[in-house]
Design a protein around this ligand. Structure first.
Ligand code: CDP
Length: 231
């Protein structure tokens, strides 16, 4: 069974996908982390994201593996925390707009998913990567709520890791909101793999819901789908 979840940043996709994976024993695939890994490498190597041929070459030069905890293993080195930095946030949507990069990431996801029960989330999972998924969800929330959630998430990450004072000072809810708005716009305007609500997706506005409430709704829908063995 394939479960596909799309939605903008901070809509709760990753948390819900992880909960489904843990409770049902499905493989969790976070497609955004694969795009983030390409963006991270470009920053490390000084490759300008504006230069599509060099970005495509960069992707070809490295080997990408996906780990079920969400980390991306590049040439044997696992990356996870590195992928969530504001430097990556700033360019990842631009990187993911390059059609050949999308093609490469989609291939990786489809290969990992062959013959497995999978829950995957991103921007085009319901529309491009797994258009035949048995369950499609589109999670949404207001921009303000999404920015607040991301802010709290980043605060928690910083509390549990050693970061420099200058990094902490840079954490501002307005900047996070601006980045989310910028990525929303780019994601919706992409020529390939744009963020949109699939016709057969279940739409959930999670602005006023707790994660537990969202999960309860999703779980009920999922059980009905499994019981009926149909879309
Ligand atoms: O976690 P968050 O929602 O902030 O973003 P993400 O899922 O880690 O994805 C990072 C970026 O990659 C998004 O802003 C999208 O621009 C892009 N992306 C995409 O184009 N297609 C996907 N299937 C997943 C992510």
């Amino acid at each position: 069974m394939k479960i596909a979840i799309d939605g903008p940043a901070g809509s709760g996709k990753s948390t819900i996908a992880r909960m489904i994976a843990e409770n049902l024993g499905y493989l969790y695939i976070n497609s955004g982390n694969l795009y983030r890994a390409v963006a991270y490498l470009a920053i490390q190597e000084g490759t300008p994201w504006q230069n599509a041929p060099r970005m495509i070459d960069l992707m070809k030069r490295h080997h990408f593996d996906y780990h079920p905890d969400g980390s991306v293993v590049v040439d044997g080195v696992p990356l996870l925390k590195e992928l969530r930095g504001s430097d990556v946030d700033a360019i990842v949507s631009q990187v993911s707009a390059i059609p050949e990069i999308r093609h490469g990431v989609n291939e990786i996801i489809r290969q990992i998913a062959v013959s497995k029960d999978v829950v995957s989330e991103g921007r085009d999972i319901t529309t491009v990567v797994f258009p035949d998924a048995e369950l499609k969800l589109y999670l949404d929330a207001s921009t303000q709520v999404r920015a607040q959630r991301r802010y709290e998430e980043k605060l928690n990450e910083r509390l549990t890791s050693s970061v420099t004072a200058s990094d902490s000072q840079r954490l501002s809810i307005d900047e996070i909101k601006n980045n989310i708005e910028m990525r929303d716009k780019l994601d919706k305007e992409k020529t390939v793999g744009a963020l949109k609500i699939a016709q057969d997706a279940v739409y959930l506005d999670t602005s006023d819901l707790t994660i537990a409430q969202v999960y309860e709704k999703v779980y009920k829908i999922l059980m009905v789908r499994i019981a009926h063995g149909r879309k």
